[in-house]
Structures are given as C-alpha cells and as structure tokens.
Design a protein around this ligand. Structure first.
Ligand SMILES: [Zn+2]
Length: 521
C-alpha cells in the first residue's frame, strides 16, 4: 500500500522529514497551538473557504455553494450571525454536503438541476512533496490520500499535550501495527515529530528484512540516516497477532515502569492474553487504541488487568478526529479535535446506506488537512454533545464530545439487512458472555459460495468451547430479536443453512484490524 512512501520524491521529502525530527514540537507549542486554533476556528474556516472554494471554480464545493445560493459575502454573514456549527447545519440543509457514496464516487452528486460525479482528488490539500496513503478498505473501496509534511505535522502537533495529559511523557512509546501499513508508518513519524520516537515497533505480520523490499530499504534508509545523526528510530520486529508473546516478554524486560502502547483494541487483548498464557508479568500499560470501536467490554477487559485505555479515533482521509476524555462518561467518550475539525449531524433523507442513522458530517478547519471536507460523511455515526468534564482537553478549549461511534455499514443476505450494530452486539457482548473468550475470538463475515449463495460465517477461535448447533441458534435468535418483523426470514436462513460456524481465528483486515463484521468484496 505504501510502496511509494519513501520512493516518491524520496530524497527531498526524507530530508525535510529528517530536519523536522530534530525540531520536534515542544509541550508549550503543542498546548499553544491547540488553544489558539480552537479559538480561531470560525476565522480559519472562512479563510479556507475563501482560498480553496471561492477562488477555485473547479472545486466541487464551489458548485454546491453556488447551487445553494451562497456567495462569499453570504457565507460570511451566515457564519457571523449563527456561529460555525449552526451555519454548517444550515448549509447541509441547503445541500452543501457530500454523503458517503457521493464522496466515494459511487453515485453522482445531485442537488436540483446540479449533477456531477465527484473527482475525489480535487479535495486533496497536500502542498509540495507528499505520500499517497490508502484507506484500509474496511469501509469500502480503497481511496488514495496524499499526505504532505504539513499534514504529518498536524497529526503530530497534539501528541506532546496528549502524552502530558495522560501522564505518559516519561514512558516509552511502543507501536503494534502491521508493517508496513498506514497507521504503523504515520504513528512512527508523528510520534517522532512530537519529540517522542517510539522505543519499539512491533509488526503483526512478518516484516521483510530491510533490503528485500522497496519499503524495507527505504524505511531502513530513513532509520539509518536518523541514527547517523544521533536519533534512534526502531525497525519493525515481528510479534504474531494470535499470540504476541515476544512483545509481552520485551515489555516485561524493558519497560518495568510501564509503557504507552498504541495499537488496535483487539491486538491489545491478544497481547494481554498472550502474557497470561505465558505467565509473563506485564508492566502497567497505557493503551492508546483506535481503528475499531473501543467498546465497554474491550475496555473493561483491559482495565480489569490493571491497564489504562485511551481511545482515539481517526481516518486516513481526515487524520486524527478525536482523543479520549480523561473523565469519560462511556467507553469511547472522546473530545473532538475542534482545533482542526467541526462536526454536525445530517438528518436522514431516505437514500443511501445512511438512511437509518444521523451520520456525522465533518468539516476541515486547517489548511494542513489531508482532504478538504465541508459537511462530508465518513461512514460513521454517533453522539455529538457538549459536556463539562473538567479534563485537560476541555481546558484548552476542546469542548465537544463524541461517543458511541459506529459504522452504519450493513450486512445484506437472503434479502435481509442486518445492522452492523446488531452483529457487533453479538461479538462484543452476547457471545463472549455466553461461551467465554473475548470479543477478539468472534467475527462475522459474509461469503459467497460457488453457487452465488451468500453465507453468514461465524468465526470462532478454536479455543472457545461451544457446540456449533447451539451457537447458530443463538445467533439466529439474536438477529430475529433485533428485527421482530423479519423473524420468518431468519428461519429461511436457518433452513438454508446459510449461517456457518467456522472454527478459525477471526481474520484481521489487511491493515490488521479485527472488525466484528468483515466485509469482503
Ligand atoms: Zn474530558
């Protein structure tokens, strides 16, 4: 995916990057930037619109604004009279938004007489040398997003304040992602730009020796160049996702005072389980977790072992969106990084995959954004609310909380539509409670057989003790209960034998995530 990460214009980019490694963000700069940008957000949005929309007639947003009857002066008055969020909601109601299918180019943008198909690259914001990152594919087709040096710095600028706020400034940072992968490489670079180069980088998949692949060579080159100048960056080492005992042993030996481990929630569970199986005593870990929802069960499973959990949420197209509240009201209670993003919710309008929920609409406020978003869906929905929590994020002006975030993707089979939330509920709560194991031991996938029949596969880790017939019945009952009106359809599925239990470990996506519902197309 990032074959070109260090290939494209690699020397110029590499040199710029190296230079920045030696002038990392300080805590004071990090805190100051958050405070200032959180105060100036309306002004920043106006500036972005002036430069990137009203001065760029090719911009898709230019067409949407014009179609909605807004010129530059009208937009300014709207913002002055209503404030940023209310103005964005008004714009969305007037048609200035992109739903997830329009954003991905799966369907044309139609607003009255206006009709066009979005060229997603017109939203790219990177200036100068950039690396084309790809989204993981768990949300649909892959999409390329160039990220430049300013974009990487934006992903780094809040990190010193984050580490200080969670009491981790002095702890070693350890990454556990597939390598090479977008999160693995971006976090390696972002923590280094924040003056906190990771102490170790574990890869969930075997990593080719440097020299055997382009990426390996270029990563090795960057690491060597940094080391020559006295900055120690780690090279990836393999720690098997199913049983990362090497990583547990390393943490136990090298980090007796604790460590800050950034990874996916399922991977954190595997790490803790591997340590238990091998009777390795882990130090107290601060897990920074994203890429899959940080559910109450996952969070409790880690906290009950004495570890801390800080959720964070982001996408490749948007970068970091929110970070965990330190006085949380729920397992994934986070503060919107409102220094760089605004969010409103769109009323369902009866079309597309978002018809049953109120999807998030995100708007970029920073010129260093990877893609320019103005009321754009990212495929997720959840709660958006102001709440006084008294935590360090509120004190720098980040007052909007996001929580209960989930994808509104659906599973369709045998004419039935199951909410991703129903399947997630089975994986997260019902099945582990009934049969043991953790949420990382169960997964659903839809699979098309040679006759074109779609089957709902229930992957169950081999170690879980359960009768297949009983498990199938419980799954069908839960699906039926979630939609009482379609109970007969559940029977059809049962008779057709389209629910299949498979005694295999849940499969991660190519980027290492274990989603409750794996969608393969
Ligand atoms: Zn808070």
């Amino acid at each position: 995916m990032i074959e070109s990460l260090f290939s494209w214009e690699s020397l110029r980019f590499g040199l710029s990057l190296l230079g920045c490694f030696f002038h990392p963000y300080t805590l004071e700069e990090s805190e100051g930037l958050l405070r200032r940008e959180a105060m100036d957000r309306t002004k920043n949005f106006l500036f972005l619109c002036e430069k990137e929309v009203f001065a760029q007639q090719r911009s898709p947003y230019f067409q949407l604004f014009r179609n909605a009857g807004f010129a530059w002066d009208g937009l300014r008055s709207l913002l002055e009279s209503r404030g940023l969020e209310a103005a964005l909601a008004r714009l969305a109601a007037a048609g200035v938004y992109l739903d997830i299918e329009e954003f991905k180019g799966k369907k044309p943008v139609i607003r009255g007489d206006l009709c066009f198909r979005l060229d997603n690259s017109l939203l790219d914001m990177a200036q100068g040398p950039s690396v084309p990152l790809e989204s993981s594919g768990s949300r649909g087709p892959r999409m390329r997003t160039p990220i430049g040096l300013d974009g990487l710095k934006l992903q780094s600028s809040f990190l010193p304040y984050l580490l200080r706020s969670i009491g981790a400034s002095e702890l070693p940072v350890v990454l556990y992602y597939p390598m090479p992968s977008t999160p693995g490489v971006v976090h390696l670079l972002a923590f280094t730009l924040a003056g906190k180069p990771p102490a170790a980088l574990f890869s969930q998949v075997p990593y080719h020796r440097p020299g055997r692949s382009d990426v390996g060579r270029r990563l090795a080159f960057l690491v060597a160049a940094a080391r020559l100048r006295g900055l120690h960056l780690p090279l990836p080492r393999f720690a098997d996702l199913r049983h990362p005992k090497e990583m547990a042993a390393w943490l136990s030996q090298k980090c007796s005072h604790g460590a800050c481990v950034a990874t996916f929630p399922g991977s954190a569970l595997h790490l803790v389980q591997a340590a238990k199986d091998e009777k390795i005593s882990l130090p107290r870990l601060t897990f920074i977790l994203g890429g899959e929802p940080v559910t109450a069960r996952k969070r409790a499973a880690l906290e009950s072992e004495g570890h801390r959990v800080i959720p964070w949420y982001g996408t490749v197209e948007q970068g970091r969106i929110s970070v965990g509240c330190l006085s949380p009201s729920s397992s994934d209670d986070m503060h919107l990084l409102s220094d760089r993003l605004a969010v409103v919710k769109r009323r369902p309008n009866g079309d597309g995959p978002s018809r049953l929920v109120e999807p998030f609409l995100f708007t970029s406020l920073s010129p260093a954004a990877h893609k320019l978003f103005i009321n754009v869906e990212n495929g997720d929905s959840g709660a958006v609310e102001p709440r006084h929590c008294g935590c360090p994020w509120e004190s720098v002006g980040l007052e909007t909380h996001l929580h209960s975030i989930q994808s509104f993707e659906k599973l369709n089979m045998e004419g039935m539509t199951f909410d991703a939330a129903t399947l997630a509920g089975l994986v997260e709560e019902i099945l582990p409670a009934a049969y043991g194991g953790t949420p990382a031991d169960y997964q659903f996938a839809e699979e098309e057989d040679k006759d074109g029949v779609t089957r709902l596969i229930v992957f169950v880790s081999p170690g879980v003790d359960v009768e297949e017939v009983e498990l199938t019945e419980r799954v069908l009952n839960a699906l039926s209960a979630s939609k009482p009106t379609i109970t007969p359809m559940a029977e059809v599925i049962e008779r057709a034998g389209t629910v299949v239990v498979r005694r295999e470990y849940p499969r991660p996506t190519s980027s290492g995530k274990i989603n409750p519902l794996r969608k393969e197309r």
